[in-house]
Design a protein around this ligand. Structure first.
Ligand SMILES: [Zn+2]
Length: 81
């Protein structure tokens, strides 16, 4: 049986790479009885999805500065010239 520390490391690792079949099975069995690690996994997945959504929003150019902030930046850039 894996310890909680080992499961948390494997859970983190699973976000970047594919675990071996043996690792996946061991993690799955541990999560059946450990609420703490299940919660940790859920939080990690939540953070990952939030980061992905944030990244998509930023790369899609849908985030806009307020007009006042744009004006201040443009004024500062004009002063630099
Ligand atoms: Zn655990």
């Amino acid at each position: 049986m894996l310890s909680c520390k080992e499961v948390s490391l494997l859970t983190s690792k699973s976000m970047d790479t594919t675990l071996t079949r043996r690792e996946r099975l061991a993690v799955h069995l541990h999560l059946l009885y450990c609420r703490g690690c299940t919660r940790f996994r859920d939080q990690l997945q939540f953070l990952r999805r939030a980061a992905q959504r944030s990244s998509k929003t930023l790369s899609a150019g849908t985030v806009r500065l307020p007009a006042a902030a744009r004006d201040r930046i443009q004024a500062a850039l004009r002063r630099e010239r």
